[in-house]
Design a protein around this ligand. Structure first.
Ligand code: UN1
Length: 494
């Protein structure tokens, strides 16, 4: 069996604890991928000390040269796309088509970052005084602690790490304990591309130990966290107390709205992909389906028939539509929500139980599940499940659909299917989400646009696109007075 290590201080090293945890294939319990470090606080201390040295060197490297490293990272990811997709499916379960997409998102992020090295724009603006220059520039901040989830084992670490690195920061990555292998290969690729070793540190282990130590460390001024709203609150409390810069990406309860005038075939393809892709384990997953009266019954009938035909199985096997849940706890959580839905009086139209029989017995499989008659305000309708469970709400009008969409504490993505351009634009304006799709499902964000949500989903920051470069850098203002005299702003000129 392979034993993997941390990358700290420019070397692959064993954890100070001497302890390891196992990483198994969620589709096949007997398939042991390897043992990974269950690191302790001392490992985080060593990683921070090294990253501080890495930062001193890296911030002095011109941004275009930093971009060149990231371009090579993109090239290496592209060359190894198939291999990475396979190992990612093996450790977290989603089908190969999806893990290929996950790698592609990393490639896109790398190439975007590479070119940003030749932008990192500041502004030059007129001064209110004669013979005085006024401008802004971007400066790196320091050591960034990145805490990443299991569902996009490559894309999300790259969303955080590549812009952080391009801006001149050093990075400490704490990947989810369900997907340590992908993170290990990502770090190998960064090193192969020429990143100076102490600029990146990889510390495996549990959130309560390693994540907590990173968040609490005074020499880590930047934290980026993607995960549950509950954990995000703890992270936020500590970062608030310590005046850290913090980006949070947390829960979602995303809805697809289908109005009477919609292209129903399109809406059907959309909801199947949005609700059951990645086995529902996306922050952007379609967890609610809001149907207008006129099409409700016919749409449900077709949806149930189609969802019943989705093929569950090992994501590495040809023909698999839906893989397993990531681990036993995830499956138990989904089971609990099915019980909640039944107790609340929702009507179970499909699934609702573990998927068993044959090879499915070897993994954490759960049947695609559909509830109808779900009441707005009920727990099933309000709480994030992170599994293949779709709750259907019936409404009379588009406006009522918007109200239901907005009636949850989360605000990541939403989707509306309509042929009426007026309604589509009203939805774009009125839906309280960071992302709204028209005639497309709630998932499908592209790497060069800002990604994030409103309300309890986030804390105002965005990943991706141009906005994330502001998160990972400080604005510095420069004034140059070349008049040769003391000029007092606001005073001498008025
Ligand atoms: C997530 O939902 O956890 O839009 C990230 C998408 C992907 C990224 C999703 N490109 O579904």
């Amino acid at each position: 069996m392979t034993t993997f290590q941390n990358f700290i201080g420019g070397r692959w090293v064993a954890p100070s604890t001497g302890e390891y945890f196992e990483n198994r294939n969620p589709a096949q319990h007997t398939d042991l991928i390897g043992r990974f470090p269950a690191s302790g606080v001392a490992d985080v201390e060593a990683a921070v000390a090294s990253a501080v040295r890495g930062f001193a060197r890296w911030k002095a490297t011109p941004a275009p040269a930093r971009g060149d490293v990231l371009r090579r990272v993109g090239d290496l990811l592209a060359a190894r796309k198939e291999e990475l997709a396979d190992l990612m499916t093996r450790e977290m379960g989603k089908p190969l088509a999806e893990t290929r997409g996950d790698v592609q998102e990393g490639i896109d992020t790398a190439y975007y970052a590479a070119t940003e090295g030749r932008r990192l724009f500041g502004h030059t603006v007129p001064s209110e005084l004669a013979n005085k220059w006024a401008m802004t520039m971007r400066r790196p901040i320091g050591v960034c602690g990145l805490i990443t989830p299991f569902n996009f084992p490559l894309a999300i670490p790259t969303w955080k790490a590549f812009p952080a690195l391009l801006c001149g920061n050093a990075v400490i990555l704490k990947p989810a304990e369900d997907v340590p292998h992908t993170a290990t290969v990502l770090v190998e690729i960064l090193l192969e591309a020429g990143l100076p070793p102490e600029v990146i540190q990889l510390v495996h282990g549990m959130g309560e130990v390693v994540g907590k130590a990173l968040v609490e460390h005074p020499d880590v001024p930047v934290i980026s966290f993607t995960g549950s709203t509950e954990t995000g609150r703890l992270v936020g409390e500590t970062c608030g107390r310590m005046h850290k810069r913090l980006s949070l990406e947390m829960g979602g309860k995303n809805a697809q709205i289908v109005l009477d005038d919609a292209d129903l075939d399109l809406a059907l393809d959309g909801v199947l992909w949005g609700a059951f892709g990645t086995t529902g384990q996306r922050c952007t997953a379609t967890s609610r389906l809001i149907l207008q009266d006129g099409i409700h019954d016919a749409f449900i009938e077709r949806l149930v028939a189609r969802a019943a035909q989705l093929r569950l199985g090992d994501g590495r096997a040809a023909g698999t539509d839906v893989g397993p849940l990531v681990n036993a706890a995830a499956r138990e959580k989904v089971e609990q929500y099915v019980a909640v839905g039944l107790a609340e009086g929702a009507v179970l139209r499909l699934g609702g139980a573990r998927a068993v029989g044959g090879a499915l017995d070897q993994g954490h499989f759960f049947q695609p599940t559909i509830f109808t008659g779900v009441a707005p305000g009920s727990r099933l309708e309000q709480e994030e499940i992170f599994g293949p469970v779709l709750s259907v709400v019936r409404v009379r009008t588009a406006e009522e659909a918007f109200t239901v969409n907005n009636g949850v504490r989360y605000g990541l993505s939403s989707s509306v299917y309509t042929r009426d351009v007026n309604v589509a634009f009203r939805a774009l304006q009125q839906l309280d989400n960071g992302i709204t799709y028209v005639n497309a499902p709630t998932i499908g964000a592209e790497a060069h646009l800002p990604f994030g949500g409103v309300k309890q989903t986030g804390n105002g920051h965005r990943e991706g696109g141009w906005e994330v470069y502001e998160f990972y850098s400080e604005t510095k203002v420069g004034y140059v007075d070349y008049s040769g005299a003391l000029q007092r702003a606001q005073i001498d000129n008025y």
